[in-house]
Design a protein around this ligand. Structure first.
Ligand code: ADP
Ligand code: MG
Length: 309
């Protein structure tokens, strides 16, 4: 008789039985590496994001399913930010010995289900247990859009700066229930020539700096045009809704730049079922300014959200 398997192996067997099937996965869980048919175009997108208990979430109050959904969702959002199509995910778990196996199973279900919603499947990973907190890393592989990947480095002077959805206050719930903008990014890329794009994970003000740095340009943001979410108005502190919209993290909306002509077309006949806002312009001078309600221009500090709870 073979000795009984370690609990991790039972879990892996459970994952294996409950996976979504995909004809392009020639060998999934059960070997030393997965074998997939990929990439079709000769180019691939690969990204990874790690969530740490105590830094990115607490469990409880977050449920394992929510945490799994988020761990996969942030990676889906990164592929979306390139206008890509998510395909294959590798999941590495550092399980906490405080938790029972049901935590791992619900984590897995949260990841599997949101991946499937956006056309991706889990093809492998690694599972370990330790005395420390829960750690989840997801590596996600995707196909670039046939029109190419949209980078942070393509913003041009005169471009309109645009965002999807509404910003701020994600900590009141949207940080777990957000929708990765996979479909919207592709629709926008097909409708207009996106010069640069990224997803907003650390707050609009902080993340815009990445586009400015990579593109060697500056920006003027229009405070009155920033789409402030209802949650940003409900935050129980003294900061204004605008400050929350500019600096709260985890909105996972798209931030992109287009020519003014494409920007106008997008506002008139948007291809996406989502609010789109024109929040500013790209300028040559390498600085970031905020036009306030009274029309004055102020330097915009880099108010990125810092990952401390
Ligand atoms: P190895 O000893 O070769 O690293 P493992 O025992 O770590 O193999 O994993 C066995 C199989 O289970 C591999 O196919 C691996 O990709 C898969 N796997 C392990 N953990 C996970 C997980 N959390 N999710 C999905 N697949 C997993
Ligand atoms: Mg392993």
């Amino acid at each position: 008789m073979l000795p009984p398997p370690r609990p991790e192996f039972e879990l892996i067997e459970h994952f294996r039985k409950h996976l979504v099937q995909d004809a392009n996965v020639l060998r999934g869980i059960g070997d030393d590496a997965a074998v997939v048919r990929w990439p079709e175009s000769g180019r691939g997108l690969i990204t990874a994001d790690m969530l740490l208990e105590g830094v990115h979430f607490q469990c409880p109050p977050a449920t394992p399913r929510e945490i799994g959904r988020k761990a996969m969702g942030v990676n889906l959002s990164d592929i979306a930010a390139m206008s890509g199509q998510p395909r294959f995910a590798i999941v590495s778990l550092g399980l906490s010995k405080r938790h029972g196996p049901h935590v791992a199973i619900e984590l897995f279900e949260g990841m599997r289900d949101i991946a499937a919603e956006f056309g991706a499947v889990i093809i492998g990973g690694d599972t370990n247990s330790w005395d420390g907190p829960l750690v989840i890393n997801v590596t996600l592989i995707g196909d670039p859009h046939p029109r190419g990947a949209v980078l942070r480095s393509g913003a041009q002077v005169g471009d309109w700066i645009m965002v999807t959805g509404e910003l701020g206050g994600s900590i009141l719930g949207r940080q777990f229930s957000f929708q990765p903008r996979v479909h919207e990014a592709r629709q926008l890329h097909e409708f207009a020539e996106l010069h640069s794009m990224m997803d907003i994970s650390d707050g609009l003000a902080g993340d815009l700096f990445h586009i400015l740095e990579e593109s060697h340009v500056g920006a003027v943001l229009d405070a009155a045009a920033i789409p402030i979410s209802p949650a940003a108005h409900q935050m129980p502190d003294t900061r204004s809704p605008l400050e929350h919209a500019l600096s709260d993290g985890e909105d996972f909306e798209l931030l992109f730049t287009v020519s003014p002509a494409d920007g106008q077309r997008l506002l008139k006949e948007s291809p996406v079922n989502l609010r789109i806002s024109h929040v500013g312009e790209i300028i040559a001078e390498q600085k970031c300014l905020l036009k306030t309600a009274d029309g004055t221009l102020q330097p915009l500090p880099r108010m990125g959200w810092n990952h401390s709870i």
